[in-house]
Design a protein around this ligand. Structure first.
Ligand SMILES: [Zn+2]
Ligand SMILES: [Zn+2]
Length: 137
C-alpha cells in the first residue's frame, strides 16, 4: 500500500491574492490529518495531463459530496500556484495521496492514518503523476 507524496516545489507565496481559475477548474476533496477536518482544493488544468492547485478552502464532507467533488477521475502531474494557501486548517504544506481511497490529505510527521478512510500510513513514496477524483464548480 503506497501513499504518494505530492512534490510541492514552490514555497508558500507571500502574495495572498487568490489567483483566478479558468472555466475548466474543478475541486478535489481533501482532509487534514492533524485536525481531522475537511477541505476542498480548487484545481485548474493548465495543460493536457497537468494540474495546478490554486486555492484550499474549508468545507464539510456533506457539502463536498453534494457539490460532486469526486464526480470525475483525472490523471496527471500536479503543481502549485504561487498563491496557494496550503492546508486551511493547520497550514501544513505537505500533501499526500492515500494509497487506499485515493484522496489527498495534509500530512504531518507522525501522522498514523488517512483521515478519510483510516488506512494506516505505511511507506510514502514521491510521485510525479496522480490519478484523483474531482468535480463541482
Ligand atoms: Zn492540515
Ligand atoms: Zn484513505
Amino acid at each position: 500500500m503506497f501513499f504518494s507524496r505530492l512534490l510541492l516545489y514552490l514555497q508558500k507565496g507571500f502574495d495572498m491574492e487568490i489567483t483566478k481559475v479558468s472555466k475548466d477548474a474543478f475541486a478535489v476533496f481533501a482532509a487534514c490529518a492533524r485536525t481531522r477536518q475537511y477541505f476542498g482544493i480548487s484545481v485548474d488544468p493548465v495543460a493536457r495531463g497537468q494540474y495546478k492547485f490554486v486555492w484550499a478552502f474549508k468545507i464539510s464532507k456533506d457539502q463536498a459530496v453534494k457539490e460532486g467533488f469526486d464526480r470525475q477521475q483525472v490523471k496527471g502531474a500536479i503543481s502549485v500556484d504561487p498563491g496557494f494557501n496550503f492546508c486551511p486548517h493547520c497550514g501544513g504544506q505537505e500533501f499526500v495521496q492515500c494509497g487506499n481511497c485515493g484522496k489527498f490529505f495534509c500530512y504531518y510527521e507522525g501522522a498514523s492514518s488517512c483521515p478519510h478512510c483510516g488506512q494506516r500510513i505505511g511507506q510514502i513514496t514521491t510521485a510525479n503523476e496522480f490519478s484523483f477524483g474531482g468535480g463541482g464548480f
